[in-house]
Design a binder for this molecule. Structure first.
Ligand SMILES: [Mg+2]
Length: 232
C-alpha cells in the first residue's frame, strides 16, 4: 500500500495567486489602504502563521478573535476572486494522474496543505478537483504546536491513514508531493519520502539541494509519476 499526501498550491493547482490577493483584499477591507502583504513569505507556510504575521505587522494583536475575523473576510474575497473564469486550474498532468490514482486499490490519497480547510476546498473545487477524492486531509490550522510549522502536519496524516486502514502505517510508506523546500523538509523530518515538483517558485536544483528523493519539472509525464509514486 502506498500513502500519498499532496500539497495544493503550485503542486496540484495554480490559482493565479488568488490566495495572496484575497489576503491583501481582506487586510485592506479591515485595516485600510495602507495594508500590505509585501515581504511576507507565502510559499510552503501555513495560513495561520501568515495571518499572524500580517496582523502583527499592522499592529493588531493576533488574538484568536482577530484571527477568526480575518479568516472569514479572507474566505469571502477568495470566493469572489475564484469565481472569475480561468483564475484557477489544475497543473499539467494532474487531472489524468488523479483519475489513475483514484482507480488504484493499492493507493490511499491524502492532502497536506498550509491552507485553511474552507479556503483550500474553494481553491480545489475552482480547479475541478473534489477534496473528497482524498480520504485523508490535513489542513494548515491543524498543527498542535505554535509557531505552527508544516513539519507538525505529516504525523497527523500518518495517523489518519492508519485509522482508515485499521493498522499502523509506516512513515516510509508515505510519500509527500510538494513544490517547496518546506514540503521536502516536513517529509524528511518525519521519515516520509518526497517527490518535489518545480511548478512553483523553486527550480529543480533548489529542490534537489533541499533533499527531495525525486524532483520533476512537473507532473505531466503521468506514467513516470505513477511509477515513482507506486515505488517502481
Ligand atoms: Mg505549494
Amino acid at each position: 500500500m502506498t500513502y500519498l499526501l499532496f500539497d495544493i498550491d503550485s503542486t496540484l493547482i495554480d490559482s493565479s495567486r488568488s490566495g495572496m490577493g484575497a489576503m491583501l483584499d481582506a487586510g485592506r477591507e479591515l485595516f485600510g489602504a495602507g495594508f500590505t502583504t509585501e515581504g511576507i513569505e507565502y510559499a510552503g507556510r501555513l495560513d495561520p502563521l501568515i495571518v499572524h504575521d500580517l496582523l502583527e505587522r499592522i499592529g493588531v494583536r493576533p488574538t484568536s478573535e482577530a484571527h477568526a475575523h480575518f479568516r472569514g473576510v479572507y474566505r469571502g474575497h477568495l470566493e469572489r476572486r475564484l469565481s472569475a473564469p480561468g483564475v484557477a486550474r489544475s497543473l499539467p498532468g494532474v487531472d489524468v494522474l488523479l483519475s489513475r490514482l483514484r482507480g488504484e486499490r493499492r493507493v490511499s490519497l491524502g492532502l497536506l496543505t498550509g491552507n485553511y480547510e474552507e479556503t483550500g476546498c474553494l481553491k480545489l473545487r475552482a480547479s475541478g478537483i473534489d477534496p473528497l477524492w482524498f480520504g485523508v486531509r490535513v489542513w494548515g490550522d491543524e498543527s498542535p504546536l505554535w509557531p505552527a510549522r508544516r513539519d507538525h502536519l505529516p504525523p497527523i496524516g500518518i495517523e489518519r491513514f492508519g485509522a482508515l486502514a485499521g493498522r499502523r502505517v509506516d512513515p516510509e510508506r508515505v510519500m509527500i508531493i510538494g513544490d517547496t523546500p518546506d514540503d521536502v523538509r516536513c517529509a524528511k523530518v518525519n521519515g516520509c519520502r518526497v517527490l518535489a515538483v518545480a511548478t512553483g517558485k523553486f527550480r529543480v536544483d533548489a529542490l534537489k539541494d533541499s533533499g527531495a528523493d525525486v524532483v520533476l519539472e512537473d507532473l505531466s509525464d503521468v506514467t513516470r509519476v505513477m511509477s515513482i509514486l507506486m515505488g517502481g
